[in-house]
Design a protein around this ligand. Structure first.
Ligand code: ADP
Ligand code: MG
Length: 376
């Protein structure tokens, strides 16, 4: 690592939220003894805890599914389906499994919804920065300038007939890091449900999904991490059942150089990490993939336009935390989310979007809301 890079990474938020959830949930564990399994997949620590009297093998089945998804979508090696799509950019369409096809399709819906704030074609830029890897760097501006013309979600061509994906320009690349964990959590949940699980916590490193209620019938309590604080510290609690809660934030992967923090959420229009006054964004909905994609999206969009977008989506709510320790959240979280850390105070959401805001077409909103309805 470059010696002028002085930032030190903190543990990722997922563990923290899990511990908070378990600590808080654990006080009233039901009759069955919880069983839990942890694996490193999708670039994070994944823990699934089941509170029903079921065979332990259900955990293996859920993890086998997650491992499949990891193997198809990772860009850590060179062999995944996503790697193949990227290697064939500008050359030929690549037929892929329904997993990869559907996730890319949804990612493009998020791009449409957010006017390109969410854009999986940031791949080459993400690779250039290398944030969170052993070769992270502040790239020379001309290198960013050279890659930026390759970032455009409109150049991802999907062919439903043969389930193929084609990137239209040579050098393009997609990165599913902003959406894959959510999809994997939804799929793990489906497998668990099919195998008789009714009460569980799925922690996919900052992506939390709870199944049912706690075994005693009360709601789960999910801690929202205090940004830049070590695990175990949370600023507020979401009390709920059968929902997903996903937080995105710069504190998960970043470095500091010359007093500026560079992190892993990229503004696709500039090629630089998003520089705003936000320290985290959280989405609350029934579908983890929606939570994952949109928490990254609203981090890019910022408080004003991000909250304007979330207000348009039924069944989706958001929490924004700023570097002045203000916490903003949308109406659906009233009575569900509570700020518990006295260093933080609630702020009032802006009443409308900025003049630059591009409202999504009603058909795009319908598409996203439909995802919620087909959730397992
Ligand atoms: P985490 O992976 O830490 O949970 P996020 O869900 O917020 O965080 O996703 C960040 C990841 O998404 C980055 O590491 C990168 O792979 C990818 N990414 C970065 N910027 C964007 C963007 N504007 N749109 C889509 N994906 C992005
Ligand atoms: Mg995300």
């Amino acid at each position: 690592m470059n010696s002028s890079i002085i930032g030190r990474k903190l543990p990722t938020s997922g563990m923290l939220v899990l511990l908070a959830a378990i600590t808080l949930a654990g006080c009233s564990a039901g009759p069955a003894k919880p069983v839990s399994q942890t694996e490193l997949l999708l670039g994070t620590t994944i823990t699934i805890t089941v509170y029903d009297r079921v065979d332990r093998s259900v955990l293996d089945k859920a993890f086998a599914r997650v491992r499949d998804i990891h193997n198809r979508m990772t860009t850590e090696g060179t062999e995944s389906e996503v790697d193949k799509i990227n290697q064939q950019a500008g050359i030929a369409p690549v037929p892929v499994t329904p997993d990869v096809f559907e996730v890319i399709k949804t990612a493009l819906d998020f791009s449409r919804l957010t006017d390109g704030a969410f854009d999986i074609t940031v791949g080459p830029i993400v690779k250039l920065w290398g944030i969170g890897t052993d070769h992270e760097q502040l790239p020379p501006p001309e290198k960013i300038k050279a890659l930026l013309p390759l970032v455009n979600w409109k150049w991802v061509r999907l062919n439903q007939a043969d389930h193929s994906v084609y990137l239209e320009k040579k050098g393009m690349g997609i990165d599913l890091g902003g959406i894959a964990k959510g999809y994997a959590a939804d799929e793990a949940k489906r497998i668990l449900a099919e195998n008789g699980v009714k009460h569980a916590i799925l922690d996919f490193g900052g992506n939390i999904l709870v199944m049912g209620t706690k075994p005693d019938g009360s709601n789960w309590r999910i801690g929202i991490q205090t940004p830049f604080k070590t695990r175990g510290s949370y600023l507020g609690i979401v009390t709920t059942a059968d929902k997903s809660v996903v937080t995105s934030g710069p504190y998960e992967r970043y470095f500091i150089k010359n007093g500026t923090m560079y992190h892993h959420i990229i503004n696709p229009k500039t090629g630089y990490p998003v520089q705003r006054h936000l320290t985290s964004t959280t989405i609350y909905s029934g579908v983890s993939m929606i939570c994952d994609g949109l928490s990254t999206s609203i981090f890019v969009m910022g408080l004003q336009d991000g909250s304007a977008l979330i207000r348009e989506l039924k069944g989706v709510d958001a929490i924004f935390v700023t570097d002045e320790n203000k916490v903003y959240y949308t109406k659906g979280l009233d009575g569900i989310f509570e700020v518990t850390n006295s260093d933080y105070t609630r702020g009032e959401l802006p009443s409308g979007p900025s003049p630059d805001y591009h409202a999504p077409a009603p058909s795009v909103i319908d598409t996203i809301e439909a995802l919620d309805k087909v959730s397992p």
